[in-house]
Ligand binder design. Sequence first.
Ligand SMILES: Nc1ncnc2c1ncn2[C@@H]1O[C@H](COP(=O)(O)OP(=O)(O)OP(=O)(O)O)[C@@H](O)[C@H]1O
Length: 259
Amino acid sequence: MSSNGNSTAKAEVRDLSFYYGDFAALKNVSLAVAEHEVTALIGPSGCGKSTLLRCFNRMHDLYPGSRYDGEIRLFPDDVNLLHKDIDPVETRIRIGMVFQKPNPFPKSIFDNVAYGLRILGEKRRGVIADKVEKALRDAALWDEVKDRLDSLATSLSGGQQQRLCIARTLATEPEIVLFDEPTSALDPIATASIEELIIELKKRVTILIVTHNMQQAGRISKYTAFMYLGELVEFGETEQIFTRPKKEQTENYITGRFG
Ligand SMILES: Nc1ncnc2c1ncn2[C@@H]1O[C@H](COP(=O)(O)OP(=O)(O)OP(=O)(O)O)[C@@H](O)[C@H]1O
């Protein structure tokens, strides 16, 4: 079902269909997400990339009228994330998400990163401070903010805000981080620093990223899934997808003939 070679699967999407009301936005999608690698989801607007990403942390549960059919199995526990007995709130801690537009809370830099830890019930100030520092270091932001942790998060630049959102996600030690076009609102320098960060982060977490930027997928991902009209057209190593696509639709998209 996948061409992941020797990689260990962190998650497996199995025959997943997803419906917004009667509309099937995903149709029988199956793919494996390799542990400690970056997997990119690409395809033209409306093909279902964000919908697939949002299934992983049960974001759709927040909206009535949506329905999942199929499974997303998370390893090593081998649980189906879409099962009705799985708590979506717990899932969102294990599987973090970073959005297109940086969305810090209107709180201090420190409180943004401490937020998830406090939700989890951590009350020890020293532990919170240590974890906040670690998350900010892991998000390559510590040196820039260590002297202004009490400043409002919204006083940071766009690129810094996005790294803060990454630190906020990392603080609760997720296993997978979902990135939904994380650099589309950023300038080239901020984009480069987020890309470097993603490459660094894969040592610790498994990464799934939606991107419109083909060069970005080429630079940072090991595997690429090409989607079209809710279906997974082709999935494989990024290098193969970009240089020797097996399907004509993939080739047309890669070469800019549509989308
Ligand atoms: N809340 C919703 N209700 C109904 N239909 C939706 C909803 N969100 C998305 N859709 C539809 O589902 C399909 C897939 O949308 P999705 O946002 O996943 O695509 P995408 O590939 O991420 O697109 P883009 O690159 O433009 O963000 C589209 O046809 C879209 O119109």
